[in-house]
Design a binder for this molecule. Sequence first.
Ligand code: G6Q
Length: 573
Amino acid sequence: MFLFLYKKTDLKDVIKTPFTCENLTMNQPNQLPVWKSLVKHHSHMAHVHMRDLFKADPGRFKRYSITLDDILFDYSKNRITDETLALLLELAKASHLEEKRDDMFLGKRINLTENRAVLHTALRNRSNHPVLLDGQDVMPDVNRVLDSMRVFTQKVRSGEWTGFTGKKVTDVVNIGIGGSDLGPRMVVKALTPYTDPTLRVHFISNVDEADLVETLRPLDPETTLFCVASKTFTTLETMTNAHSAKDWLLAKLKDPAAIAKHFVAISTNIEKVSAFGIDQQNVFEFWDWVGGRYSIWSSIGLPIALGIGMDAFESMLAGAHRVDQHFRTAPLEQNIPVLMGLLGIWYDNFFRADAYAILPYDQYLEFLSSYLQQGDMESNGKTVDLDGDPVSYSTGPIIFGQPGTNGQHAFYQLMHQGSALIPSDFLAAVESHNQRTEHHDLLISNFIAQTEALMIGKTTAEAKAELIAQGTTLTGEALDDLAAAKTFAGNRPSNSFLYQRLTPQTLGSLIALYEHKIFVQGTVWHINSFDQMGVELGKQLAKTIQEEIESRNLSKPHDASTEGLLNRYIANK
Ligand code: G6Q
């Protein structure tokens, strides 16, 4: 059945086809009766405008918003009614979301393809209740590593830890990529107001030497501390950068004994770390039950803790733990990540929306969308379900975004008037970390105005009336044409997150909300959100090609394009 589908149909058609008799598999959501009800309900909702829903119901904001501590989640600007929500919640229940959520928290091996538990929630389990993995409580190990991070960060921040020549560390450089880079990079930027300006934190990820050269150029080896972050300690980019950083250090400090004072490692692979030459005492471990893109709460967070201090790092853990409790205990209809996930499914599977925008109105959250892009797209960018069958519906959308208001002057045009429906999340703090309130008021005015404009749009009659009021000289067809170009259909959905201030705790909560949203969607789609075979394939192929470039000899047959590119590079390098 699998082969038949792929031979007969283009993949895009396969994943966009909600019902065909060839692609029935028992556990897929589109086999559930409630899916059919949602298809039917969608054909009605496709013609309902949010403008009318708001007009008809003055209590809509109140009913469709939830407050969790200082975070307000407003989901009223969505193309939903009570009936939509009831059906989506039924879909969640029929997908056994609650049981599967509990399995994750209980340490069951839900990452089937890698036969691993998924326990990033244990890393931030601030209530410290036992979390059993194969009958063994993981909390003593978690707490031991947190303690060692506390001791180390205090030493570095206080100046007790010095470089090889006795000088205080002024610059920390994290070398990692993907899950070992994006999270710490995003958080260190997000929490800049909490960082110590005398201890700067930098990030090198790209194997392009430019990243290494330009980051190290202003730094002094005597006062630089490297954190080599790699779960496997085999990733080509990270290992290449780590070796070059070692050369850079030794070119000045000469003595290999300096490595112990200037390199620490964060890894699950202690053997490989020792082979690299890093002192066993300088290794911060984590475990195979922590996925790379969910590892920010583990020792992968060490550069964050160095930047903001261990107390603030633990506040971030507490914020995430708060959301874990909410996700575990709040009724589904009051459960923020459940609603976030279900709303995403509503647009992805029923409105066929292929993209999703994440739009923080906060320059400190500059890297939030790229961090969540990895979290979401690597987790739910799958077309094979948990039973090994191809899925017959679309899964993870394309996640993109950048901070407002910059994005407004770039891609929002398409969000307002383009042919694609792009649901979005807007995020902002009520209070700024900075002083000039006129900037912040303007920023927030734009946030609110954009969600309003996306929802309400502008009718042709309104556009025409506006042109006339502005004294246009156009008449007849010319006036109609301009009014048409200035028409906005509206009815474009968005969620808004408004919180008091971007503190470590609030940031921890926001990240955890998105992590659980991804879990909710992966569960309904019946896919494994915790493997990443696509990343593995890239790593494997690059290794073969690198060997071919080195030996200037193509050891295996490639397609004509790959061969042509390789030959061109080898001949001209
Ligand atoms: C994340 C992915 C991937 C991974 C990087 C780095 O979930 O698995 O982004 O984090 O490939 O891997 P290492 O930490 O093993 O170097």
